[in-house]
Design a protein around this ligand. Structure first.
Ligand SMILES: [Zn+2]
Length: 93
């Protein structure tokens, strides 16, 4: 029997930040497909009790943070970071 692991569809109102580039916030649908796939995998693996601060795409090496989400599975898996709105700056990664 084939084991196929279903990747969950994530809520499209989840936003992420591209840490290594310019910290721009974007919706997950704007992510490169490799990164979106990696995010889905991370969510599919479920929580081991610790929430991740960020996620690195194994394919392209970009690092992502979740800035906001209303998706319970995402919130269970990742700590969310408010976007760089407060004071106009944000800490270096
Ligand atoms: Zn990627």
């Amino acid at each position: 029997m084939k084991k196929t692991r279903k990747k969950p569809a994530l809520r499209s109102d989840t936003t992420v930040m591209d840490v290594g580039r310019n910290g721009r916030e974007m919706y997950i649908r704007a992510m490169p497909s490799c990164c979106l796939g990696a995010l889905k995998e991370a969510v599919a693996r479920g929580s081991d009790g610790r929430r991740l601060l960020s996620m690195e795409c194994p394919e392209c090496g970009r690092e992502w943070r979740i800035t906001s989400s209303l998706d319970e599975r995402v919130l269970e898996r990742f700590a969310t970071h408010g976007g760089p709105r407060v004071g106009g700056g944000y800490p270096a990664a």
